[in-house]
Structure formats: structure tokens, C-alpha cells
Design a protein around this ligand. Structure first.
Ligand SMILES: Cc1cc2nc3c(=O)[nH]c(=O)nc-3n(C[C@H](O)[C@H](O)[C@H](O)COP(=O)(O)OP(=O)(O)OC[C@H]3O[C@@H](n4cnc5c(N)ncnc54)[C@H](O)[C@@H]3O)c2cc1C
Length: 564
């Protein structure tokens, strides 16, 4: 038998979304928990993120707006079942749809203040059966980190929106120059920021608010011993059963035993150069938004003990562009909304359009990488005209004035005519001209006959000009007024999406398909239950929290108890 320096009932590796939902449940079941986090800060990629959870049929939706059957129909329509994607199955998706709203009720019941993120953030394939054109998204209310005791406020990982504003409202600031209502909202938020600063408050929104609120519930309930700077380097096995882990304490190996289970929630492999080269060769490590500690440690450890990795070529793509200052950016420049706006299209290096530009970030990058196998498409080019430039935001530009450095660095390509622009980006001029003429014809007809941009789903309109009337005009607009512009678009990511295989109880599977004893996993350490598809905003965090909770329920023997 292994000797341990210390023993807990439930040992959690990593401090992401599912770690906390599992720990709260274990506390409820009277079990002791330790959370071991490799980084010097708490919260994982979840804290850096938008903090949006995709939770179908959730408590914040209107009666009749959603149902288990509708959500199952949607996932069955959008997710492919094939041997290539063993991380998903109809039964696993049903488990998620059934358990996710219960998990949410439980977490809210533990004092975590959540809300509907938005009334209009449609599913990414809302035209399919069961798709929702409103929103299935949930997020945390903004959070003042001073509410955390014992200096923990300074130990939450930096977020993407550090101010007292609801995420959905913050996203509307993109229309600041075009809407008095948004200006009013901005002024109100600015006043709150000034007031908060004067009072010494530390407001955060999005993922940092989610993880701040989750940590607060954990600490108030004394639900877990949370340890930072505590990497797990080894899973200790007794035959096929996981019995403990080796971490580090005071610079020395420290062995912790686990009475009822170990949960692996150690994030993805976005920052592991070798794994990236092997599995995601078309997406450079310099383009990722994933956190530096996402190095696939538990992917490799599970492989070492006889588990199997799957769906490893999947990532949650984030169309980006190397705008000035790119290498030092905490959040890499986002390009998804740019190509989806009127007066803009995306073309490959032969000058051809090859997708519906008003698609999910994951779909755009996946399509770009697939296209690149056929025609050079990395980088692709977002081509736009002066109407776009005057009207819409891009990178740090909010109004119509083009930042000087865009031209100085050569990031922005410019031509008085399309032919001149084509020369600047190395694309055949006649092909680019023909593509634009064809697109302009679709705009006149109000129908994109090639890719159905703007005709097929509410989500296209969400990405387009949200101040315009609903309809194709939100995303379709002619490219006709010079000067013409182009910027590159490359497939970055917000995280990886492949990993270890788990069963419906979140137990990690051996290569032969049977579960290890006492070993569980959730989040992006696992092969996504969505296969190669991103069905809606929050499809990483929602499942992480749900399967972390399912794992704890199983390990604590709580079965089908009503825990809400
Ligand atoms: C800018 C941005 C915005 C995003 N927005 C959203 C969104 O709104 N909704 C959504 O669903 N997804 C979003 N994503 C993706 C999402 O954030 C992540 O995929 C998700 O948070 C992963 O959660 P997790 O629970 O799997 O792990 P994480 O939150 O990444 O946590 C894993 C933790 O494990 C730790 N760890 C790693 N190795 C070890 C080890 N050996 N020992 C101990 N600890 C270890 C890591 O340091 C990390 O803290 C976004 C990502 C980014 C970057």
C-alpha cells in the first residue's frame, strides 16, 4: 500500500469551473476536499474567460422557452456521432442536458449569485431542430473581490473585463459611437468605475466574477483546502485504482491520498509546444488565448497510466489577427465579428470566399484550417470598404479614425481600388474582383446563395450590425466604396477541446473502455461531449461545471438524490 503525507476524501487537480462545483457538492455530502492548483493564482482559464455557461433549460429562462426534449433534439442535430468523436454519445448528451440545470440550481443554492447572461445570444446553429434564438447562457453577476476573505481577492486570475458591468452590457460598448443608449450605459458604468476606485473596491465581471463568487462560496462554507503553487506531477495507482497524487510542498514532493476519488480538471494543452505541434499544427502557440499553465499535464499522466486520449485535433478556435502589439496582448485581437459585419467578407489567398463569415468562432477557425489543406488560407484576408471603416469598430478602433500605427506597421492594407488592394495582399486581382462582384449581387438580392450568410439563423444577426433591423441587412452590405482595406485573419484559439475519455459518471476510461477506480475528470481535460462542434456560448464551462458535479455525486454515492 502507498504511504501518504496527508489524506483527503476528494482530491481535485486544478481550480477550474468543475473543481468548485464538485467541492461544494462534496462539502454537502460531508467529505473533506483539497484543491491543488499549479498556478500562483486561482480560477484557471475559467477566470480569464467570458465566464458564460451554456446551460439548456435553465432556471433563468421563461416558462416554455426550453425543455429537456428541445435541448436534446438540438444537441442530437448538431453533434456528430462517429468513431472519430468517442467523447460524445446520445446518452452522454442526455446526461448533460438532464444534470446541467440541476447543477445550476445546486450552485445557486450554495449562494453563488448567477443570472441570465443575455436574452439575445442565440445558439450557434439556432436554425437546427431544438435551437434557441434567444439564449441558453448563464453568467455570474459582477463581483467585488474585496468580498473575499484573507487576501484571496488578490489571488484570483486576471479576467477579461475588470469593471462593474454585466458582460452582456459590456459587449454593447462596441456600438458606443453609434448609439445614445450605449453612450448612456457607458457613462453609467464609467461612474461606477470611478466610484468603485474611490471606495477601494475591486470589481470584476465575466469569468473572474464567476470564479470569485465560486471561491467565496467555497471559503464561506469551509468546503475545501485550496492550495496554490501546488502542481500535481503524478497520479498514484494501486492496480487500476487511483489512490492519490504527488504534488509539491515547500519545494519537495508531497503525497496526498484520496479516500473516495480524484478529479482531474487541469485544463487543456494550449501552451504545450510539443502537443500543439503534434495535434494542432496549423494554429501557432503564439496565437492562443489559453493560460500559460494549460500544458496538458493530466492528458499525459492519464496516457501514462493506461488511459486514452481522443478528439485531440479539436480546439475552440478564435479568429484573430496580429495587430500592432499582438505578442504582448492578454486577450488577442478578435476578428469574428469583423468579417460578419456588412461591407466585409473573408477570402483565402486565391481571392475566394469559402464560408459563412457570420459563424461561430470555432467554426470559422475549423473551416479555415480545413480550407488551408486545399488552398492556402492561413492567413486569410478580411476585405472591407470605407463604409465598414467609418461605421464599425475593429481591434482597438471604436470610431471612424484609423489608428496611425495600423498604417505605420503595415498591418492594415489599403488600396484605392480593389485591384490595388489585391496587389498589396498578394491575391489575384481578377479573382478578388469577381468574388466582390458576386457578393455584391447577393447583397442586392438579399440572399447569399453561396453560404446563406444572414439568411439562415438569428446568430448571424447577433454578429452583424445589431443596431440594424433584424434580417439579412444586419450582416450583408456591399463592398463598393473605396478606399478598400484588408487585414489578415488567422486561427487562434481560446482553448483546446480534446482529452481523456470519461463515462456518463465522469469516470476516466482505460484504453479498453472500462473505468479506472476512483479516477474522475471534467472540463477541457476531457474529450468534449460536443465532439467537434461548439453548440453555443459557454459550451466549455457549462459541461465542466456539470461533469465536475456529476463526478462528485458519483464518488460520494449520492446517486439520484435531489440536491437542488
Ligand atoms: C478569453 C477567453 C474567453 C473565454 N470565454 C468562454 C466563455 O465565456 N464560456 C466558455 O464556456 N468558455 C470560454 N472560454 C474557454 C474556457 O475558458 C475554458 O475552456 C474553460 O474555462 C476551461 O475550464 P476547465 O474547468 O476545464 O479548466 P480551467 O479553468 O482552465 O482550469 C484548469 C486549471 O488547472 C490548472 N492545472 C494545470 N495543470 C495542473 C497540474 N499539473 N496540477 C495542478 N493544477 C494544474 C491550471 O493552472 C488551471 O488553473 C474562454 C477562454 C478564453 C481564454
Amino acid at each position: 500500500m502507498a504511504e501518504f503525507d496527508e489524506t483527503f476524501d476528494w482530491v481535485v487537480v486544478g481550480s477550474g469551473a468543475g473543481s468548485v462545483s464538485s467541492a461544494l457538492l462534496m462539502k454537502h455530502a460531508g467529505k473533506s476536499v483539497v484543491i491543488l492548483e499549479k498556478a500562483p493564482v486561482f480560477g484557471g482559464s475559467t477566470a480569464k474567460s467570458g465566464g458564460v455557461m451554456w446551460i439548456p433549460n435553465n432556471r433563468f429562462m421563461e416558462p416554455g422557452e426550453d425543455s429537456e426534449d428541445k435541448a436534446i433534439a438540438y444537441l442530437d442535430a448538431v453533434v456528430q456521432d462517429s468513431p472519430e468523436f468517442p467523447g460524445t454519445s446520445p446518452e452522454k448528451r442526455r446526461t448533460f442536458v438532464r444534470e446541467a440545470p440541476k447543477m445550476l440550481d445546486f450552485v445557486v443554492g450554495q449562494g453563488v449569485d448567477l443570472e441570465r447572461c443575455s436574452k439575445f445570444w442565440p445558439d450557434y446553429y439556432d436554425e437546427l431542430p431544438g435551437g434557441v434564438k434567444t439564449s441558453r447562457t448563464v453568467s455570474a453577476k459582477p463581483f467585488n473581490k474585496n468580498e473575499l476573505p484573507g487576501g484571496w481577492g488578490k489571488k484570483i486570475r486576471k479576467g477579461m473585463l475588470e469593471m462593474p458591468v454585466k458582460l452582456d452590457d459590456g459587449m454593447q460598448f462596441a456600438n458606443l459611437n453609434r448609439s445614445w443608449a450605449v453612450r448612456g450605459l457607458f457613462a453609467k458604468t464609467a461612474a461606477k468605475v470611478v466610484m468603485g476606485k474611490a471606495l477601494g473596491q475591486q470589481w470584476v465581471s465575466a469569468g473572474a466574477a464567476l470564479q470569485g463568487r465560486m471561491l467565496k462560496a467555497l471559503l464561506e462554507k469551509d468546503a475545501a483546502d485550496v492550495r496554490l503553487d501546488s502542481p500535481v506531477n503524478e497520479i498514484i495507482m494501486d492496480g487500476d485504482k487511483a489512490v492519490g497524487v504527488v504534488t509539491v510542498k515547500n519545494g519537495k514532493p508531497w503525497r496526498i491520498g484520496a479516500n473516495i476519488g480524484i478529479l482531474l480538471n487541469a485544463g487543456g494543452f494550449g501552451h504545450n509546444p510539443e502537443m500543439r505541434k503534434q495535434f494542432l499544427p496549423k494554429s501557432d502557440i503564439a496565437w492562443t488565448n489559453s493560460i500559460e499553465s494549460s500544458t496538458g499535464d493530466m492528458h499525459l499522466e492519464v496516457e501514462r497510466i493506461g488511459g486514452k486520449l481522443a478528439q485531440m485535433t479539436q480546439m475552440v478556435g478564435h479568429p484573430t489577427s496580429r495587430s500592432p502589439g499582438f505578442d504582448d496582448m492578454y486577450m488577442k485581437t478578435g476578428m469574428q465579428n469583423v468579417g460578419a459585419k456588412p461591407h466585409a467578407i473573408l477570402v483565402d489567398q486565391s481571392g475566394m470566399r469559402y464560408m459563412n463569415e457570420a459563424s461561430s468562432y470555432e467554426h470559422i477557425c475549423q473551416t479555415m484550417m480545413e480550407r488551408d489543406d486545399v488552398v492556402p488560407a492561413i492567413p486569410s484576408w478580411i476585405v472591407m470598404d470605407s463604409q465598414f471603416m467609418i461605421k464599425f469598430p475593429m481591434a482597438e478602433k471604436m470610431g471612424s479614425r484609423i489608428p496611425k500605427k495600423w498604417r505605420e506597421t503595415g498591418w492594415l492594407k489599403e488600396g484605392r481600388t480593389l485591384e490595388e488592394l489585391a496587389g498589396k495582399i498578394g491575391v489575384p486581382a481578377d479573382a478578388l474582383k469577381a468574388t466582390v462582384d458576386r457578393f455584391n449581387g447577393f447583397v442586392d438580392a438579399g440572399l447569399d446563395a453561396d453560404f446563406q450568410r444572414g439568411n439562415d439563423r438569428a446568430y448571424s444577426g447577433y454578429l452583424g450590425d445589431t443596431l440594424a433591423e433584424p434580417g439579412p441587412g444586419r450582416t450583408l452590405g456591399k463592398i463598393e466604396k473605396g478606399p478598400f482595406y484588408a487585414v489578415e485573419c488567422i486561427p487562434g484559439d481560446v482553448d483546446t477541446y480534446g482529452g481523456v475519455l470519461i463515462d456518463n459518471d465522469a469516470r476516466v476510461l482505460k484504453a479498453d473502455g472500462s473505468p479506472f477506480g476512483n479516477l474522475y475528470a471534467c472540463g477541457i481535460t476531457t474529450a468534449s461531449i460536443m465532439g467537434d462542434v461548439y453548440p453555443g456560448a459557454g459550451a466549455s464551462i457549462g459541461p465542466s461545471m456539470t461533469f465536475g458535479w456529476i463526478a462528485a455525486k458519483h464518488a460520494a454515492g449520492l446517486g439520484n438524490q435531489d440536491l437542488s
